[in-house]
Design a protein around this ligand. Structure first.
Ligand SMILES: Cc1ncc(COP(=O)(O)O)c(C=O)c1O
Length: 604
């Protein structure tokens, strides 16, 4: 019954980027050190550039026969050289230098290189001409390791708790090599024979977790060439755009005398159907990918109707229903309602069940953006927070967030697979109507076989493994919130609903006062201190949290807040303590508050 192997591997072994002593040596946080560390690092991009410096033979009026012969030889040399680069077995020096570089990257202790500014990187990568002659791969890679890898952000570092990108299982890197070696193109079976069917299997497994349809349904649909249970995309943005594309085409589909919006375009579709306007309705916290989606769908950003949220950052249902009634009375088409399961800035989860009921009542397509929070479905403790997701017409999940896949994977699921008909396209040379080709439905054409990462994670981690990771990150965020609540220099701005936390630094002079009564200048000062603290911590580079500006229902105003996102399985309580200890050390060392453009502010 139990799965001891999965259990044993869940929290510790699989995500072995490195282990780190989180109570390591004290840092020098003096303003001098911080200032010194902004000095631009000398750039070693010359390694890359020198490869282009070789002389190219050229023809001129005085070119002799021997010159032309030499040129012919040079051309065939070039041909030989580049063709060799495609041989099955590569250069051993390249293999070993990249392997060493990878190991060095994975064992680095910092999040960010403190002495490298963004301005210096812009200068480092400002060449605009391409080398003429083929170069030496080993030399290029050696230069790349210095100019690119050394100064990259270590998203998998356990002290990097500010964004949604974390460590990956340690089997992902060798698998990525295999995925690249096979270089399948999942648009069609003729270039992705097994991967197409594996992708369908992976989609069905995850669809089942979300929608829990019966066995007959999955037996019928898992490999049904006419349809698909979901769409693989490059990320949550394209998954959301795909969902709204389906919703738009569905609500303005073909009927007697009308070929449908996908043929006529939006303007004629609105005219034919007699609508005065069209909207997508959701909470004020909808991700900006919704702005992009309505823009590319021809509806315009003004068609996004953003309903205010309550004090828990969940959409206000009363205002939502009032808006629906008004739109429908005014003959405005509601293309979709968007529920959020894990808002980007707050981790809050909308009342999904109640929203599903509203959609049913008013005949609206229900889309849930679960790009972040979808994996809560794996947790016995937390899956109840997603109740209602099984009623959504479409659901977005991000593979490269809490499904622990490498960058470049989003997913859009459909409750009823027939919905994919509304966006289906065919061609004569591939994606023919009767084929299994998944490119009939995906917005993207050519794409990598990223389904292998999803399939392997689901099979190796299992439901319980994913559930353990969700439980762990929710527990750690709670630990951090509790620690902050004990500390006079900080306050929690949002009690976490999942694994995102908002808090801020409270300067000592305001720690014992009623902060709802602060003056405008005092509020600006607190905001400025938080901006400066976050910036400085980023610059020092040993630990990291992100920052946002958000409306606080408690203070009834926008506040600058530190944003913590914990999903890295390597992060533990010690790492959290270190993040806070670094902030306390910076506060103690002292710094000047900055305005929203990072200019020093006048203190009061
Ligand atoms: C809730 C939500 N939806 C959509 C997206 C967009 O995802 P991606 O960046 O993968 O395109 C994000 C990204 O953070 C998100 O948090």
């Amino acid at each position: 019954m139990t799965q001891p192997i999965v259990q044993d591997m869940t929290e510790e072994t699989i995500f072995t980027e490195r282990s780190e002593d989180s109570t390591s040596a004290e840092e020098d946080y003096s303003p001098e050190k911080v200032k010194r560390s902004t000095v631009t690092k000398t750039v070693q991009n010359d390694e890359l550039w020198k490869l282009s410096k070789r002389q190219e033979p050229s023809l001129s009026a005085s070119t002799s026969e021997s010159d032309i012969e030499a040129l012919g030889t040079a051309e065939s040399d070039i041909e030989d050289k580049v063709v060799k680069m495609f041989a099955a077995m590569g250069d051993a020096d390249v293999e070993s230098s990249l392997r060493i570089g990878e190991d060095a990257f994975m064992s680095a202790k910092h999040v960010n290189t403190s002495d490298v500014s963004e301005a210096s990187l812009a200068a480092r990568f400002s060449k605009t001409t391409m080398p003429q002659e083929p170069g030496n791969p080993a030399e290029y890679m050696a230069g790349m390791l210095t100019s690119v890898c050394d100064d990259s952000i270590h998203c998998g570092n356990p002290h990097m708790i500010g964004h949604m990108t974390a460590a990956l299982p340690n089997f992902t890197r060798p698998l990525a090599r295999m995925v690249t070696a096979m270089n399948q193109n999942s648009v069609k079976t003729e270039t992705a024979k097994t991967a197409t069917f594996l992708e369908r299997e992976a989609l069905a497994m995850l669809h089942r977790q979300l929608y829990k349809r019966d066995d007959d349904f999955y037996a019928r649909e898992v490999q049904n060439a006419k349809r698909t249970l979901g769409l693989f995309t490059s990320g949550g943005t394209i998954a959301n755009a795909s969902a709204l594309w389906i919703a738009r085409n569905r609500s303005l589909g073909p009927r007697e005398g009308f070929e449908g919006v996908c043929k006529t375009g939006f303007f004629k579709a609105m005219q034919f159907n007699g609508f005065t306007d069209a909207v997508v309705i959701g909470s004020a916290l909808m991700h900006y990918s919704m702005n992009k989606s309505v823009d590319i769908l021809g509806m315009g950003e003004q068609s996004l109707c953003k309903i205010p949220v309550d004090e828990l950052f969940r959409v206000d249902l009363k205002q939502m229903e009032d808006a629906i009634i008004k739109f429908q009375a005014d003959n405005v088409l509601i293309v979709a309602m968007v529920g959020i399961a894990g808002a980007t800035e707050t981790g809050s989860i909308d009342p999904l069940e109640e929203m599903a009921a509203l959609c049913k009542k008013y005949g609206i397509h229900f889309h849930i953006d679960a790009a972040w929070g979808g994996p809560l479905i794996f947790s016995e403790k937390h899956s109840h927070k997603l109740k209602g997701i099984e009623q959504a017409d479409t659901v977005t999940l991000d593979g490269h967030k809490q499904l622990y896949m490498p960058m470049g994977c989003g997913l859009c699921f459909m409750r009823e697979p027939e919905l994919c008909d509304s966006i289906k396209k065919t061609a004569n040379y591939i994606i023919r109507n009767e084929s299994f080709d998944l490119g009939k439905f995906t917005l993207e054409g050519s794409r990598a076989a990223n389904s292998l990462f999803l399939h392997s994670n689901m099979c190796i981690l299992g439901v319980k493994g994913y559930g353990a990771l969700v439980d762990r990150s929710v527990r750690l965020v709670r630990y951090m919130a509790d620690t902050i609540m004990e500390h006079p220099l900080f306050e929690v701005i949002l009690q976490p609903m999942s694994n995102i936390l908002l808090y801020r630094h409270v300067p000592a002079q305001f720690s014992d006062v009623d902060r709802t009564a602060l003056t405008e200048d005092q509020c600006a000062h607190v905001d400025g201190m938080n901006r400066a603290l976050q910036n400085t911590q980023k610059m020092v580079g040993t630990t990291f949290v992100s920052r946002t500006t958000i409306f606080s229902p408690h203070y009834k105003r926008n506040v600058v807040a530190m944003r913590v996102v914990i999903a890295n399985p390597l992060t533990d309580e010690g790492n959290i303590n270190k993040v806070l200890a670094d902030q306390v050390a910076l506060i103690t060392a002292g710094f000047t508050p900055v305005d929203s453009d990072n200019h020093p502010m006048l203190t009061n």
